[in-house]
Design a protein around this ligand. Structure first.
Ligand SMILES: C[S@@+](CC[C@H](N)C(=O)[O-])C[C@H]1O[C@@H](n2cnc3c(N)ncnc32)[C@H](O)[C@@H]1O
Length: 213
């Protein structure tokens, strides 16, 4: 028999966080900013690193935990652009990026609602788009994320399984139905290669396929 809970704990404890990340996580949790768990953070770092992402766009700065992981996987000239509606969270995130030794030019923070800001971002300008904002709004983020992402880029969405609700056809509330539609649409889209990983609350990773010449 597979013990999912035991495996789950193991994957979280498997990741060792340094002092800056440990403190950042503690402060983010105190503030109620819901940082990504270590398993997701480590995967973000790996994917940013493997894809060579220089321009990363994030919805949901929170206290900066996911941002710290992304930055640690990006090259030294990479820039993280991150949006959050909560200024207090972003002040903590800025302090955490500074504590980790990142120059202020490496991180552009916008205190705004994602759907107000995304249409103003440049088309095809981002190598990686990471969505960790309001799960209810993900269907509305998707067209903008697609517009902003360059061909060959990566789209990553948290809470893609919503604690099992997405897989349960009896669950039809707006948030679940919306996330299920996003997962289904990306799974069928010819211009994306998509996988959903059962890590934490589900992580969707989609590669925007570059058009053949
Ligand atoms: C799960 S937390 C992000 C955690 C962060 N990624 C981390 O790992 O440290 C979700 C964040 O999305 C922000 N948020 C929620 N709705 C938003 C919206 N419509 N526009 C921008 N930010 C939003 C919240 O303020 C919150 O900080």
């Amino acid at each position: 028999m597979v013990d999912i809970a035991l495996s789950w704990d193991f994957t979280e404890e498997f990741v060792t966080e340094d002092e800056v990340l440990t403190q950042a996580r503690l402060k983010a949790e105190e503030l109620g900013a819901s940082p990504v768990p270590p398993s997701v953070g480590a995967l973000l770092k790996l994917l940013a690193n493997l894809s060579g992402a220089r321009a990363v766009f994030e919805i949901g700065t929170g206290g900066g935990v996911s941002g710290l992981y992304l930055l640690s996987g990006m090259p030294a000239n990479g820039v993280l652009t991150s949006i959050d509606a909560e200024g207090e969270f972003q002040r903590l995130a800025r302090a955490n990026f500074t504590a980790a030794g990142y120059e202020s030019t490496r991180v552009r923070l916008f205190n705004a609602r994602a759907l107000d800001m995304m249409p103003r971002m440049n088309q095809g300008a981002y190598d990686l788009v990471f969505i960790d904002g309001d799960s209810l709004e993900v269907p509305y983020y998707l067209p903008q994320a697609d517009r902003m992402l360059r061909p060959g880029g990566l789209l990553i969405i948290t809470h893609a399984l919503l604690g099992g609700d997405v897989a349960n056809p009896a669950k039809r509330d707006e948030k679940t139905a919306g996330m299920r539609q996003v997962v289904t649409d990306l799974g069928k889209a010819e211009d994306y290669e998509t996988t959903v990983l059962p890590v934490a609350d589900g992580l969707l990773v989609a590669h925007k396929v570059a058009a053949a010449n």
